[in-house]
Write a protein that binds this ligand. Structure first.
Ligand SMILES: CC(C)(COP(=O)(O)OP(=O)(O)OC[C@H]1O[C@@H](n2cnc3c(N)ncnc32)[C@H](O)[C@@H]1OP(=O)(O)O)[C@@H](O)C(=O)NCCC(=O)NCCS
Length: 142
């Protein structure tokens, strides 16, 4: 389920910002949903690899909703937030927002929950490392 349909500001840490280009469109001319999902997976993967302190793989994507289309030239911003941690897995809520190139208006276009599993050298699940006092924050806001 989407975390919020009514939020007017992004939730989570800014993780990826990119401009949608003509090569990212579907046959109808809007930005291809698969391209948006790949950006979200990249963003969630960045947060997962940081938390796992190593390799992590996407195991599930749940509750993904598309609220409005993205146009060529839009500034696309992806925000991530770890919302659940298990022994080896974590769920990361991901929101995608757009800003039309020549305006100040932003709106949420997509959100969903990406579950990642920390992996060892043999690609098997590995326990998430303990967070010790003094460690860098899991979602560093740089
Ligand atoms: C990720 C992978 C190693 C997990 O293997 P597995 O045999 O299912 O491992 P386990 O049953 O021990 O589960 C490991 C963790 O994943 C979670 N998990 C497994 N399947 C899940 C699913 N469909 N949804 C949510 N969590 C899931 C388990 O709950 C467990 O979490 P926990 O340790 O925090 O309790 C395996 O499924 C895999 O390699 N998948 C392909 C990953 C991939 O290629 N992704 C795309 C490119 S990155």
């Amino acid at each position: 389920m989407p975390k919020s349909d009514t939020a007017t500001i992004p939730e989570g840490v800014p993780t990826i910002r990119v401009v949608a280009m003509p090569t990212d469109t579907n046959p109808a001319g809007d930005v291809f949903g698969g391209w948006i999902i790949s950006q979200m997976d990249l963003a969630a993967g960045t947060t997962a690899a940081f938390r796992a302190n190593g390799r992590a793989a996407t195991v599930a994507i749940n509750g993904l909703v598309f609220l409005e289309p993205v146009a060529v030239g839009d500034e696309v911003s992806i925000y991530t937030e770890i919302t659940r941690e298990g022994r080896t897995s974590m769920t990361i809520h991901v929101q995608t927002w757009r800003r039309a190139r020549h305006t100040h208006l932003t709106s949420k276009v997509t959100e969903g929950d990406f579950t990642f599993v920390a992996l060892d050298a043999n690609r098997r699940p590995r326990a998430l490392p303990e967070i010790k006092p003094g460690d860098a924050p899991v979602n560093p806001q740089i």
